[in-house]
Design a protein around this ligand. Structure first.
Ligand code: ADP
Length: 327
């Protein structure tokens, strides 16, 4: 992986082979984690091969504790992920290409289906009308899927415009709640919001944050049985605003929880119950939250319910002059 032979690395300080890519502060943090906190240090870093070529790798440094709990020995592993990153980039490019190419014919179909349904090409019998309506619904689903794919490729390529403005998170959440009211009413579910009254406005991009609320609340509605309850809490915690979205629905099986933010992943307990889903929503949510300097995590228990938490820094996000916004 590094191009060095055993003789070249034996008894040589690991850091000196790393080509000086990390600064002093970085090493201080590394030592603090393994020596003082006695925790595993994990990161993705850029490294030099012997021939000077750059490669990307994950590193894990494990402290080994002696009987007194001191850590003087460490085991470090490094894995070259250059090729994985390349493959991931190819996936992103493919998604981008496919979604761009699919958008135009789908809009064309939508246009003609609407004309047909509106009677522009003559009156339809009830059967014909029902059939076209079905096609139209499927077409809308495909349009939504393609929009998600486009958003993903836009986020991944870092071309998204971030246009922050002082945003009232509670009002924004309320707007999304109003939008989803019909869906919640259909399943006779309650949707309550409880928010800290003194919350200041935060400099965030309302379009992006809206997408976060929309996806989490749509999921809570989809993956909760009739008459279920969904609650949103918005509070201030240290330097962050903390939002919690809790439902008492189907939950996520424990062994699948680590995959839930991956692209296209849908948990086995819901795929049959709720066919309408792409497995892209949470991936997008995570990307938005993290690109805004926030964090997201969840807890879930099957048939008991799921809670998602996410934070945004109170100081807000910086503007970014991208090329595109989310569809
Ligand atoms: P989608 O809803 O389109 O399938 P998401 O990325 O939004 O995609 O969610 C991925 C998966 O995570 C869902 O398919 C479901 O298995 C699980 N999930 C998400 N939110 C919840 C929730 N509130 N309750 C139970 N499962 C959930």
């Amino acid at each position: 992986m590094t191009g060095f032979s055993l003789n070249e690395v034996l008894r040589v300080k690991a850091g000196s082979l790393w080509g000086g890519l990390m600064d002093k502060k970085y090493y201080e943090k590394l030592w603090h984690t393994i020596k003082d906190e006695k925790k595993v240090f994990t990161d993705v870093i850029q490294n030099h091969r012997k021939n000077g070529e750059l490669f990307t790798s994950t590193i894990n440094i494990y402290p080994l504790l002696d009987e007194d709990g001191n850590s003087n020995i460490f085991v470090a592993t490094q894995r070259d992920i250059t090729r994985e990153i390349e493959i991931d980039r190819m996936k992103t490019d493919f998604i981008s290409l496919a979604s761009h190419q699919l958008r135009t014919p789908l809009s064309g179909m939508k246009w003609f289906l609407e004309m047909l349904l509106g009677g522009d090409m003559g009156k339809l019998s009830k059967e014909q009308h029902d059939a076209i309506e079905n096609i139209d619904k499927s077409n809308e689903r495909m349009i939504a899927l393609v929009a998600s794919l486009l958003n993903i490729s836009r986020i991944e390529s870092g071309r998204i415009i971030v246009d922050p403005e002082p945003t009232d998170l509670v009002a924004l959440a309320q707007g999304v709640i109003d939008e989803l009211k019909i869906k919640y009413d259909d399943k006779k579910q309650s949707l309550i919001i409880s928010a800290d009254k003194n919350l200041p406005k935060i400099n965030l991009d309302p379009k992006l944050v809206r997408q976060v609320f929309l996806n989490l609340l749509t999921n809570a509605n989809k993956y909760t049985q009739e008459k279920g309850e969904v609650i949103i809490f918005i509070s201030q915690k240290d330097q962050d605003v903390l939002v919690q979205v809790s439902d008492d629905g189907y939950g996520i099986p424990e062994q699948e929880q680590r995959k839930i933010f991956e692209r296209f992943y849908r948990a086995s307990n819901v795929v049959k119950k709720e066919t309408d889903g792409t497995g892209l929503g949470l991936y997008l949510v995570k990307a938005i939250v993290e690109s805004s300097g926030g964090k997201i995590w969840f807890k879930s228990q099957v048939d008991k319910g799921t809670s998602f938490w996410f934070t945004f820094p109170l100081k807000g996000v910086k503007a970014k002059k991208g090329e595109v916004s989310l569809s």
